[in-house]
Design a protein around this ligand. Structure first.
Ligand code: ZN
Length: 135
């Protein structure tokens, strides 16, 4: 069963979806994971009402998990409303990755969600996510 997920990660790692930088963009945010050296930048465009994600692009470098999770998350959120995006939690992203991750690897897998959360709601919202972990 893990094979499907492993192959999916390799595929997204090798052929990342929505790669690049949008200029201009409505939102432009970058974050890194110093433990592993992963870096991700997300640019996205919203519809005229500023309610729905209509275009997005990722740029970055790092391990397969971090880059594949960005590619997968990008496919998931494209076309979603911001209200829908707000409901995506850490577990949703981990389920998407689908293989068990060590604590350090988890930071790789969740970097995409971190960038997205900071882009939409600011760093404070991400710290809130992190605190929920410890409950
Ligand atoms: Zn990594």
């Amino acid at each position: 069963m893990d094979d499907f997920y492993r192959e999916n990660i390799l595929d997204h790692g090798k052929n990342p979806r929505h790669r690049g930088i949008l200029v201009p963009a409505d939102m432009d945010c970058e974050a890194n994971n110093p433990l592993c050296g992963d870096r991700l930048r997300l640019t996205l465009r919203l519809d005229p009402e500023k309610k729905r994600i209509v275009e997005l692009a990722w740029d970055g470098e790092g391990c397969a998990i971090s880059q594949a999770s960005a590619s997968m998350l990008g496919e998931t959120i494209l076309g979603m409303t911001l209200d829908e995006v707000a409901k995506i939690g850490k577990q949703d992203v981990l389920d998407m990755i689908g293989i068990p991750l060590s604590m350090n690897r988890m930071k790789c897998g969740l970097l995409s969600l971190k960038v997205l959360t900071i882009a939409l709601y600011g760093l404070g919202a991400w710290h809130q996510h992190e605190l929920e972990d410890e409950d």
